[in-house]
Design a protein around this ligand. Structure first.
Ligand code: GLU
Length: 509
């Protein structure tokens, strides 16, 4: 472990949209790199051609970009250790597979799928503890350990399909330090002779991953817990290739759990409970099915990242809001927890609401303007910044800026029926009509003036606020919600206010 330079990689396989757990892995790698003045690399692990999904690679890069995670080396950025797409490195892996064969650390295997099936059945019947291709069974199979050299050469010359398998050392304990989990121990009897190289001329994940981490001088492998079972094989591969001294350090991150805490967070949970599990919207290239994304649902990337950062990492203080720069300063692997992190959709909204309050009103006004354009709603030359400043307190996601402000732009199309039934008394219409007359008489239709005149009027008439204002609000907004009533009246103007009042009077009479 003699790395002086910190180099980490995020190594997704382009098999579909990137799950938010994947974004968190990328984020922790990124934060670790930046904290330690290191390099963050994106490597695309696309050696499994059967699982390749059109558009996934682009999606991964776009998602990282939206999240504010900047790649130092990668397929678009270049770098001294390319190519960064594994399918373009085929020749390299073959060389190392051959090196392992020559050193007696790996072997050719010619077993057909049917033969492998039979082997599994036989082991199952014998109730063997390890039912995969393992050291105790390998000599009964068709491979270069059980056959003569001549036979093997002949089979290869005849073009018989083969794979190259790792020759798992027998009776060994593999012990490792994981930066999150501490000491981890595996016994080789639980391992099997994994395929390293496939008949299609492509390496498997294990070989390609280890070879590339070595060649790309990766100092720390930070990845999801689901890869922990692969660790003993990877360690043995470093050993077999003679790279033990250059082996990276490992950190396996805890799982992201369902909101209930039971099991891994899945797309189904998101669909059921109505929250996205992907950073950006994804359209399945085959079925055309659309999955929701944080971006399109109206989350700020800063809020999304802040929320993810705290799912599995704890700063050790009460602080919850962190900018990317602060995260870079504060992050440390020592504070990553061993146990799974429960995803909380309410908390995700809470973060977004917090960032909504921090955003400049001019920024939010642009978002609102975009919404108005999409809805083909005229903005009537209203001051969008002012409107945003008034409603953002009630908005969690960006589209809610509209839900909380629509009444500035258009008259309500319907009224809160329950309110009308319960609260609109026999004398209410008369009261509201008088209020309209007061409004009509105001010359300078400004908030302060409106407020003063209405209050004077109520006092003179000996009317309580509660007998008038909620009703006036329902007339103007449609329901008892929204910011200060006098603000709303002054912004929509006298003419529009009077129009809306007469509309509700027509409706209730
Ligand atoms: N290609 C693996 C994945 O899809 C990478 C695992 C690792 O980081 O070693 O997650």
């Amino acid at each position: 472990m003699s790395h002086t330079q910190i180099r980490v990689r995020f190594a997704p396989s382009p098999t579909g949209p990137l799950h938010i757990g994947g974004v968190r892995t990328a984020l922790y790698n990124y934060l670790f790199a930046k904290k330690n003045k290191g390099t963050f690399i994106l490597r695309i692990e696309d050696t499994d051609q059967t699982r390749y999904v059109e558009g996934a690679e682009r999606y991964i890069m776009d998602s990282l970009k939206w999240s504010g995670i900047q790649i130092d080396e990668g397929i678009e950025q270049g770098g001294d250790f390319g190519p960064y797409r594994q399918s373009e490195r085929k020749e390299i892996y073959k060389e190392y597979a051959m090196q392992l064969i020559e050193a007696g650390k790996a072997y050719y295997a010619f077993d057909s799928p049917e033969e492998l099936d039979q082997m599994r059945k036989k082991l199952e019947e014998e109730k063997a503890a390890n039912t995969s291709y393992n050291p105790s069974i390998r000599l009964q199979m068709r491979n270069s350990l059980s056959m003569s050299k001549q036979e093997v050469v002949q089979l290869i010359e005849n073009g018989t399909p083969y794979v190259i398998r790792f020759k798992t050392p027998e009776n060994e304990t593999i012990e490792m330090n994981d930066l999150v989990r501490g000491n981890v121990k595996f016994h080789s009897s639980t391992l099997d002779d994994k395929v390293l190289y496939k008949s299609d001329g492509m390496p498997t994940y294990h070989l390609a991953n280890v070879v590339d981490d070595y060649l790309m001088k990766i100092s720390h492998v930070i990845r999801g817990e689901e890869w922990l079972p692969s660790l003993p094989l990877h360690v043995q591969l470093y050993d077999a290739l003679g790279w033990k001294n250059e082996m990276p350090e490992f950190a396996h991150l805890p799982l992201l759990l369902k909101p209930s805490g039971n099991g891994k967070l899945s797309k189904r949970d998101g669909d059921k409970l109505g929250f996205p599990v992907f950073p950006m919207q994804w359209t399945d290239p085959k079925s055309g099915d659309i999955s929701a994304g944080y971006k399109e649902d109206g989350y700020f990337p800063e809020a999304f990242i802040n929320m993810l950062a705290l799912l599995g990492w704890n700063p050790g203080t009460e602080q919850e809001l962190f900018s990317m720069d602060e995260l870079m300063d504060e992050f440390s692997i020592e504070k990553v927890s061993k146990s799974g992190a429960r995803f909380d959709p309410q908390k995700a909204r809470w973060f977004n609401h917090a960032y909504m309050q921090k955003k400049e009103n001019s920024f939010l006004a642009k978002e609102l303007e975009t919404i108005l354009e999409q809805k083909a709603v005229k903005n009537n030359q209203l001051d969008l910044e002012k409107i945003c400043s008034m409603v953002k307190e009630r908005a969690e996601l960006i589209p809610e800026l509209w839900d909380q402000s629509f009444f500035f732009f258009e008259a309500p199309e319907e009224y809160d029926e329950k309110f009308l039934k319960k609260k609109w008394k026999d004398n209410t219409s008369e009261i509201i009509k008088n209020v309209a007359d007061v409004l009509n008489g105001i010359e300078s239709f400004q908030k302060e003036e409106i407020e003063k005149q209405i209050k004077d009027h109520l006092e003179k008439q000996e009317l309580g606020f509660g007998q008038v204002m909620p009703h006036l609000r329902v007339a103007i907004v449609g329901k008892p919600m929204g910011p200060d009533m006098f603000d709303i009246l002054s912004i929509i103007g006298k003419e529009e206010s009077l129009k809306r009042i007469s509309a509700i009077l027509n409706r209730v009479n």
